[in-house]
Design a binder for this molecule. Structure first.
Ligand code: ADP
Ligand code: MG
Length: 310
């Protein structure tokens, strides 16, 4: 069985949201122990991950250092976090495998994801990124062509396009490494967004939804199961209300209808549910949404929210 495991941004930081290097290394250790459990059960694992907190930190460095070193574009931030997190996850996984006496090599691949230059997201950016700034500082960045929105008491926040991921250009490289027996980490942050122009590719100021990128990655490497590892054990109906009810095993059609009824928040659980439904609608056997503690049970038995074909 082959599993594509998507780790949420919070699986890569401390529970309180801190993202010092030691916090990220410790969080990676916890997540990679779940991966080692799967490998011990002879499950093949391909890993992808979020990068929201890490890109947010790079943007702050860009801002604060802009008069000293040139700021780098958002696609570069994506590439940098793929490489750094890939390295941190490789170290953590190999340490865990060595501890258990499992002989497997790991590899991290920097991957680009093709998006459409005419995606509506570029006209109407919706994805909030980076830190909040006071109106006067946001105004300077708006003059430089960025889109910022007034978010009330917290201040202003930059919004960027979150275009639909079409194809992972470097999936064949990841696939070749999987076939050669490597545990592969790839397509972090949904992939570096690129558009095609005159026969070549170039990066764009956008961020791809990590969960939608994971669904595409799962299909690209022909995974049987997509596991979306986050910080809640289930997707919940009536989340945060007295009638809250965990979703267990559910068909994609049922899950789509719960989504249409507004049960899943658009910036968090919504894309996970969409990704899970897409994966099984396009031929995947099963998609699971659960927390790190339940990943192994979710793959070898039943745990979490399990989306199955209709
Ligand atoms: P990740 O970093 O793993 O992508 P997110 O914060 O984006 O995590 O999404 C997980 C969060 O979604 C949960 O912590 C929870 O607060 C929120 N959430 C919103 N709606 C729901 C729901 N219906 N069921 C469960 N969690 C939900
Ligand atoms: Mg998220």
């Amino acid at each position: 069985m082959r599993v594509l495991l998507a780790l949420g941004g919070n699986a890569m930081t401390n529970a309180d949201g801190r993202a010092r290097p030691e916090d990220q290394i410790a969080a990676a250790g916890v997540a990679m122990s779940a991966v080692a459990d799967l490998l011990e059960h002879d499950v093949e694992v391909v890993i992808t991950h979020g990068n929201g907190p890490q890109v947010g930190n790079l943007l702050v460095k860009n801002e604060l250092a802009a008069s000293v070193v040139p700021p780098v574009p958002l696609d570069w931030c994506g590439a940098q976090t793929q490489a750094t997190l890939g390295f941190v996850l490789m170290d953590a996984l190999e340490a865990e495998l060595r501890r258990r006496g499992i002989d497997r090599r790991t590899a991290a691949v920097v991957t680009r994801t093709l998006v459409d230059a005419s995606d509506p997201g570029f006209e109407r950016p919706t994805k909030p990124i980076g830190r909040f700034l006071p109106a006067e500082e946001a105004a300077v960045l708006i003059e430089h062509g960025e889109t910022w929105e007034d978010r009330g008491a917290k201040g202003w926040r930059r919004v960027v396009a979150s275009p639909e991921p079409l194809r992972i250009l470097d999936a064949p490289a990841a696939q070749a490494l999987v076939d050669a027996g490597f545990v592969v980490i790839a397509n972090g942050g949904g992939g570096i967004p690129v558009v095609e122009e005159g026969g070549s590719f170039h990066g764009v100021e956008a961020v791809i939804d990590k969960d939608l990128g994971a669904a595409l990655m799962a299909r690209s490497v022909e995974a049987d199961v997509l596991v979306i590892g986050t910080d809640v054990p289930h997707a919940v109906l009536g989340y945060g209300t007295p009638e809250a009810r965990d979703v267990g095993v559910v068909t994609a059609a049922e899950m789509r209808s719960y989504a249409a009824d507004g049960h899943f928040a658009s910036g968090s659980m919504g894309p996970k549910v969409d990704a899970a439904c897409r994966f099984v609608e396009q031929g995947g056997a099963r998609a699971v949404i659960t927390d790190l503690a339940h990943i192994s049970d979710a793959v070898t038995g039943v745990a979490g929210t399990v989306v199955v074909p209709n």
